[in-house]
Write a protein that binds this ligand. Structure first.
Ligand code: PNW
Length: 479
C-alpha cells in the first residue's frame, strides 16, 4: 500500500439521506412524501417500518455534527426533503421557512466545524401532492418545472453550499419505483402489487423526466448561482460486471450491455446527449426520443458515483421480455467455474468485490472522457448484524472494516495506475438508518443506532477505519 497515495486536499466523510434519518415526518411544517405513503401500506417494507421517527436527526443536528467531527470527516453528504421546503411541492405552492431554517442550521454548524457539505436535492422522497396532481415523474414538463423552482429555492437559501447533487440514483427511482414496484410509488404491471402501472414503459418515462429536470436545474445553477467555485452533478448507481463465461463473446457483450442499461442509460445522455445504442435496439420507441436529450448534453460538473457490488452476467438466448430492465441477461454471484464473487452480506444484492470498484472507475473514466469523480456512496451491510445483543458485539463490524480498507485501496489504485480523477469519497452511511423496503433490519452505518433506546448512537470500529485508511494514504502524498 505504500506506493499508493491520496492528495492532501482529498475530501472524505460520510453520507445520509433525508427520509432515511430525519424522522419528524409531520413536524416543522413538512408535507408528506411518496415514501410516507408507500411505507405505510401493508407489506411494502420489512415489519411495516416507516421513516416517521428514523434516527430522529431532525432534532439532533448538534450531536450528528459532533459525531462527524469526532470521526475527523472533512465532508458530509445529506439530502434535502423537498416536502420540508415546499410541503405541496409545486412551483406556485407556499414555501415552509421552518424547513429552510432547519437545513440552514445544519449547514452553518457543518461549516463552523470545517466540514464541506455535499447536498442532494432529491433522494427519492417526492412530495405526495405532486404524485396526486400529475403522477410525479411520469409528467415530464410539470415535474421539470416544479423541480426547477424547488432547486431555485434551495440555491437561493443556501448560497454557502458549493457542491450540489440534483438526483440520487435515478435508476432506483425509475426501475424500483415504476418497473418492479419495490420502492415508492410502487407502480408496476403486477396487479397483485399495484392497482396501476405499466412495467413495460413507465420506468423509461420516469428516467427521461429525471434527466430533463436535472438539466434544467444544472443550467439554472450555472446561469445564476455557481459563481467561480460552485459545482453540480448527478449521482448514478452502478455495479461492476464480469462475464459468467469469459470465453463466450455473448457473455462478454452482455456484461457490457448490463453496464449500459444501468449506468449509460443516464450517463450517455448527460455526456453525449443520447441514449445507448444497446437500449435503443432492445426498447425501440418505448425509450423516449434522443432529440429531447439535446438540453441534457454537457450537464455534469462532476460524476457522482455510488458503488456497492459486482455481478457475473450471463446472456439469455430467448427474446427479451417486454418488462425487462436489465438488457436480456441474468445477474449471478457465481461464474461458470462456480467461483463466488464475494462473501454474503445482509443485503441480497450486495457482495463485496473491491476489484470491481477499481475496474468500474477506470471504465467510467474512459467512457466519459476523464470526468472529475466524487464517490458519493460506498459501503456494506453485514450479515445478521441486527441480531447482535451487546454493545461490544454491535460495534465490532469486522466485515465492514475490511470492506472499507479494500475498497478505498482499490480506489487509490485506480487513481495511481490509471490516472482516474477522484476528488472525494463519502462512505454510506454515517449511521444505521431506514433502509427503504428493508426497514431497520439491514444496517449500513459506521455508527450503531439503538432504535429501542431513544435512537442512541454508538460508533462502530469501521467509523475509525474509513478515516485511518484515507489519512494514511494522504500522508503518503508528495504534493
Ligand atoms: C442506495 N439495489 O440504494 C441508496 O442511495 C441509499 O439510500 C441506500 O441506503 C444504499 O444504497 C444502501 O442500499 C440502493 O437493490 C438500494 O440494487 C438498492 C439497490 C441499490 C442501491
Amino acid at each position: 500500500m505504500t506506493d499508493l497515495s491520496l492528495p492532501k486536499n482529498f475530501l472524505w466523510g460520510f453520507a445520509t439521506a433525508s427520509y432515511q434519518i430525519e424522522g419528524a415526518a409531520t413536524e416543522g411544517g413538512r408535507g408528506p412524501s411518496i415514501w410516507d405513503t408507500f411505507s405505510s401500506l401493508p407489506g411494502k417494507t420489512a415489519n411495516g417500518a416507516t421513516g416517521a421517527i428514523a434516527c430522529d436527526s431532525y432534532h439532533r443536528t448538534a450531536s450528528d455534527v459532533a459525531l462527524l467531527k469526532s470521526y475527523n470527516a472533512s465532508a458530509y453528504r445529506f439530502s434535502i426533503s423537498w416536502s420540508r421546503i415546499i410541503p405541496l411541492g409545486g412551483r406556485n405552492d407556499p414555501i415552509n421557512y421552518e424547513g429552510i431554517a432547519y437545513y440552514r442550521a445544519l449547514i452553518t454548524s457543518l461549516l463552523k466545524e470545517g466540514i464541506t457539505p455535499f447536498v442532494t436535492l432529491f433522494h427519492w422522497d417526492l412530495p405526495q401532492e405532486l404524485h396526486d396532481r400529475y403522477l410525479g415523474l411520469l409528467h415530464k414538463e410539470e415535474f421539470a418545472k416544479d423541480f426547477e423552482r424547488y432547486a431555485r429555492v434551495c440555491f437561493e437559501s443556501f448560497p454557502e453550499v458549493k457542491n450540489w447533487i440534483t438526483f440520487n440514483e435515478p435508476w432506483c427511482s425509475a426501475v424500483l419505483g415504476y418497473n418492479t414496484g419495490l420502492f415508492a410509488p410502487g407502480r408496476c404491471s403486477d396487479r397483485s402489487k399495484s392497482a396501476e402501472g405499466d412495467s413495460t414503459r413507465e420506468h423509461l418515462v420516469a428516467g427521461h423526466s429525471l434527466l430533463i429536470a436535472h438539466a434544467r436545474a444544472v443550467k439554472l445553477y450555472r446561469r445564476e448561482f455557481a459563481g467561480e467555485d460552485g459545482m453540480i452533478g448527478i449521482t448514478l448507481n452502478g455495479d461492476w460486471t464480469e462475464p459468467w463465461d469469459p470465453a463466450d463473446p455473448k457473455d462478454v457483450e452482455a456484461a457490457e450491455r448490463k453496464l449500459e442499461f444501468a449506468i449509460s442509460w443516464f450517463a450517455d445522455p448527460v455526456y453525449f446527449g443520447r441514449y445507448p445504442e444497446s437500449m435503443r435496439k432492445q426498447l425501440g420507441d418505448r425509450l423516449p426520443p434522443d432529440h429531447e436529450l439535446e438540453e441534457v448534453k454537457g450537464t455534469n460538473d462532476f460524476y457522482g458515483m455510488n458503488h456497492y457490488t459486482c455481478n457475473y452476467v450471463r446472456h439469455k438466448t430467448t427474446e427479451p421480455e417486454e418488462d425487462d430492465h436489465l438488457g436480456n441477461l441474468e445477474t449471478l454471484f457465481e461464474n461458470k467455474n462456480g467461483d463466488c464473487i464475494g462473501p454474503e452480506t445482509e443485503s441480497v444484492w450486495l457482495r463485496p468485490h473491491p476489484e470491481g470498484f477499481r475496474k468500474l472507475l477506470v471504465w467510467l473514466d474512459k467512457r466519459y472522457g476523464h470526468p472529475i469523480i466524487f464517490v458519493t456512496e460506498n459501503g456494506t451491510s453485514v450479515k445478521d448484524e441486527s441480531k447482535k445483543q451487546t454493545t461490544e458485539e454491535r460495534t465490532d463490524d469486522g466485515l465492514r472494516c475490511e470492506y472499507f480498507k479494500t475498497y478505498i485501496t482499490a480506489m487509490a489504485r485506480a487513481m495511481k495506475e490509471d490516472n482516474v480523477d477522484v476528488r472525494g469519497y463519502l462512505a454510506w452511511s454515517l449511521m444505521d438508518n431506514f433502509e427503504w423496503a428493508e426497514g431497520y433490519t439491514t444496517r449500513f452505518g459506521v455508527t450503531w443506532v439503538d432504535y429501542e433506546d431513544g435512537q442512541k448512537r454508538y460508533p462502530k470500529k469501521s467509523s475509525k477505519v474509513v478515516g485511518e485508511t484515507i489519512r494514511a494514504l494522504m500522508e503518503n502524498s508528495k504534493e
